[in-house]
Design a protein. Structure first.
Length: 134
């Protein structure tokens, strides 16, 4: 059986966002993976590198912002542009299970990797049973 895979269109942010930068803002596509001790978020932000990413945590809201410089082609003007260039913004609500102090981020080839460690107090703990002598 062959399964068709549809290419996802870029989704532009629809909510009103106060911004000091003119231009379009897109929602980055993200994958979230979970292990016993952490969550890992992979967010696609083409054109963004480590110097143009801003990550904030405020009131349990994790916000990712990536800023993209539009390409400039000296001596040319756009006639047809199918790929929309713009910044990226996405927010996630964090539960108390996430250790906010331990959050780490890295960016490579337009993919932002966030590591969200789970709170140590909520991780499973193995209790050692001691022998008691009579």
């Amino acid at each position: 059986m062959v399964t068709a895979i549809a290419e996802a269109d870029k989704q532009e942010v629809q909510e009103a966002i106060e911004s000091t930068r003119a231009g379009r803002v897109f929602v980055p596509r993200a994958d979230i993976y979970e292990s016993q001790d952490k969550l890992v978020v992979l967010a696609d932000m083409p054109g963004v590198d480590e110097s143009s990413v801003e990550i904030t945590v405020e009131n349990n809201i994790l916000t990712l912002q990536g800023f993209v410089k539009a390409p400039v082609r000296d001596g040319y003007r756009p006639v047809l542009t199918e790929y929309g260039v713009g910044d990226f913004r996405r927010s996630f609500t964090l539960s108390n299970a996430i250790d906010r102090e331990g959050i780490e981020a890295a960016c490579k080839n337009g993919v932002l990797t966030l590591t969200l460690p789970k709170s140590k107090s909520l991780l499973p703990k193995k209790v050692t049973v001691k022998a008691v002598s009579d």
